[in-house]
Design a protein. Structure first.
Lengths: 313, 324
């Protein structure tokens, strides 16, 4: 009986974390529960949610993608130069293409060459960031046209457009992962790649495509980010990678692969965004942020570990 | 007869030594001031820092694991030591406090990975973020400048023209070599790296071995951090970031593959020299920092890919395939 209660508590731990967090922040900071702050946080959360979706897919296949922050920067910087020169949609297309290209290279390195996902994507992280620096040469591109800015900073009935875009992405990705054969194969590859291969799944193709989707999501997040910020530079998106890992893990997609999903990550990403927003409102030095994210990752690993022990009993 | 002996000696040397020679010759021909005494000393000073971090990384990779937190631990130890030095605390005590703080990160790594059996990638990656953040918090984002000459002697001083740093690095390498080849703990590292399950069943306390190794890795990273702030005469909170990647590369070039249980510490010494030479040489050829950044990323990636492919080829030739 006692162990049932503990199991229940652990299973819904993340909802309770979210509720407790909201209560604490409302009590501590009068500026927190205002319409302006909440819509602002939702806008921020949207970008993190998009990147976290990619991270979730990678973690489900028992991989990880450390390059998302840099791919985000590279694709948005190159896209920005085209958008600034007037050809908005060409810029968007090129941005997405670069994202997909980087992601596919990650996938090929992991499957065909045989690198560990960590090393392959960490190498890509350095290369993409370096190329972004070379391309921008230390300058910034700012001031985009109204059409492009609408995607990232527009409002519909007072609610950020970003929220609607995230909803559309959520529906598409949920459909792919939960309702299609391809989606089931992603889980199969994650839980046991060898048995998936032996039962006729083309595992290489699955992994490469997942990382390509990853790159595409990073590029989408990058485009929306520069549209919201109204500026692009090589430095953007550095902390996205670690935050996305934390959001995925605290959301309840275990690091072991083959479990979890898109739906859980939304909660995780919202927890992370509220946490960071709350720290800003309480005027805690921004240098603490990375440490907090690190602690959240370790905490969620502990929760995952304990839950697993209770399940085994 | 003498010629024959020389040829036999040359054959015994590992291939990476030739790699290092080729790189040095290449840069000596292409860059004007590369092959000068001052520059060679510069390279050695930089290499001594890299050797220290790489030794810890090599031990972790010998276990079949990895330690991503070393770069941030370097920054953290550097900042802590620098802060205490500026408060007027004696050099030796300040260094010890810094190293102790670094060891806390190693302790957390070791406990979670060795005793709790968490995934080593994610734990060390999270600790990388935590250590980096703590370094920024402690220094408040500022670089701590200027130390007294007795402390600077560590990283910048010379004995008969040889940098003190490289002497320390060499002594520590010898010590680690002794540990890995001549002690029970050392052979346990190889056993755990070769096959963790078999090692556990044959009575080795694997958790303990892993715990000690991560502690040692952080301690070595801490040494590197102290040496680094002494060398550049200032403690920046982001001084160590990126060193983990160089350390991985130095280890792989030095002939310790990711599989674990194979390779050794001596190769890492040469591997670290290769990376240090590469960074210095590209600098001398006049590449701007962003291009350098990308080029070295490419080169290191190529080396890692080559290493993995080579391993695959060997396995295939031996008739052993570990995948279905």
């Amino acid at each position: 009986m006692k162990h049932n209660t503990v199991y229940f508590l652990l299973k819904y731990a993340r909802f309770m974390i979210l509720i407790i967090l909201l209560l604490i922040l409302t009590l501590l900071s009068p500026a927190f529960l205002t319409f302006k702050n909440i819509t602002n946080v939702l806008g921020q959360a949207s970008l993190l949610i998009i990147v976290s979706y990619g991270m979730t897919l990678a973690i489900i296949t028992k991989g990880i993608d450390l390059s998302m922050g840099s791919v985000l920067a590279l694709s948005s910087c190159i896209a920005a130069s085209f958008i600034k020169s007037g050809s908005t949609f060409v810029g968007i297309a090129i941005g997405l293409f670069i994202g997909i290209l980087c992601g596919s290279i990650n996938g090929i390195m992991i499957t065909k060459v045989g690198l560990t996902p960590f090393i392959a994507t960490y190498g890509m992280d350095w290369i993409a960031r370096g190329l972004a620096y070379v391309y921008m040469g230390g300058t910034q591109i700012y001031g985009f046209n109204e059409i492009f800015r609408f995607f990232g900073s527009g409002l519909i009935f007072g609610i950020p457009v970003l929220v609607f875009e995230v909803l559309i992405l959520t529906v598409i990705l949920s459909f792919i992962t939960y309702k299609t054969i391809y989606g089931r194969n992603i889980y199969a590859v994650g839980s046991n790649i060898k048995s998936a291969r032996l039962s006729g799944v083309n595992t290489d193709r699955i992994v490469i495509s997942v990382f390509a989707i990853n790159g595409c999501l990073a590029a989408i997040a990058g485009l929306l980010y520069i549209s919201r910020l109204n500026a692009a530079e090589a430095l953007i998106g550095i902390d996205f990678t670690l935050n996305a890992i934390a959001a995925t893990l605290i959301g309840g997609t275990p690091f072991g692969g083959g479990e979890g999903g898109i739906g859980r990550t939304i909660v995780g990403a919202i927890i992370m965004t509220f946490l960071i927003n709350g720290m800003n409102l309480l005027e805690i030095s921004s240098y603490w942020q990375t440490a907090t994210v690190g602690f959240v990752i370790l905490l969620s690993l502990l929760i995952e570990n304990t839950t697993k022990r209770f399940q085994l009993r | 007869m003498i010629l024959y002996n020389i040829i036999r000696l040359l054959k015994k040397l590992p291939g990476i030594v030739y790699g290092l020679t080729i790189i040095i010759v290449f840069f000596s021909v292409t860059a004007n001031y590369f092959f000068t005494f001052v520059n060679m000393m510069n390279i050695l000073k930089h290499a001594s820092v890299l050797i220290m971090v790489s030794l810890g990384m090599t031990l972790a990779i010998l276990l079949g694991k990895i330690d991503m937190s070393v770069g941030s631990v370097m920054s953290l130890v550097g900042v802590v030591t620098g802060t205490f030095l500026h408060r007027g605390i004696p050099t030796l005590i300040a260094i010890c406090i810094g190293l102790a703080v670094g060891c806390i990160i190693g302790f957390v790594n070791g406990y979670l990975i060795g005793i709790k059996r968490f995934d080593y990638w994610i734990v060390t990656f999270a600790n990388m973020g935590i250590a980096q953040s703590l370094a920024l918090v402690i220094s408040n984002g500022y670089t701590i400048p200027g130390f007294d000459s007795s402390f600077r002697f560590l990283g910048d001083g010379q004995i008969y023209g040889v940098p003190v740093g490289i002497i320390i690095a060499f002594i520590i390498t010898l010590a680690i070599m002794n540990i890995t080849y001549n002690t029970k703990y050392g052979s346990n590292i190889y056993s755990v790296g070769g096959n963790e399950q078999v090692a556990r069943y044959s009575g080795i306390n694997t958790g303990d071995v892993i715990f000690k190794t991560y502690l040692l890795s952080s301690l070595l990273a801490g040494f590197a951090g102290v040496l680094l702030i002494s060398k550049v005469n200032s403690a920046s909170p982001i001084a160590g970031s990126g060193y983990e990647f160089d350390a991985i590369a130095a280890t792989l070039i030095g002939g310790t593959p990711f599989d674990g249980g194979k390779g050794g510490v001596f190769g890492t010494l040469i591997g670290a020299c290769i990376i240090a030479t590469l960074r210095n040489g590209l600098n001398m050829l006049g590449f701007t920092p962003p291009i350098q950044f990308t080029l070295i990323g490419f080169i290191i990636n190529l080396i890692i890919i080559f290493d993995v492919l080579n391993e695959k080829y060997k396995q295939r030739r031996g008739g052993v395939r570990n995948e279905a």
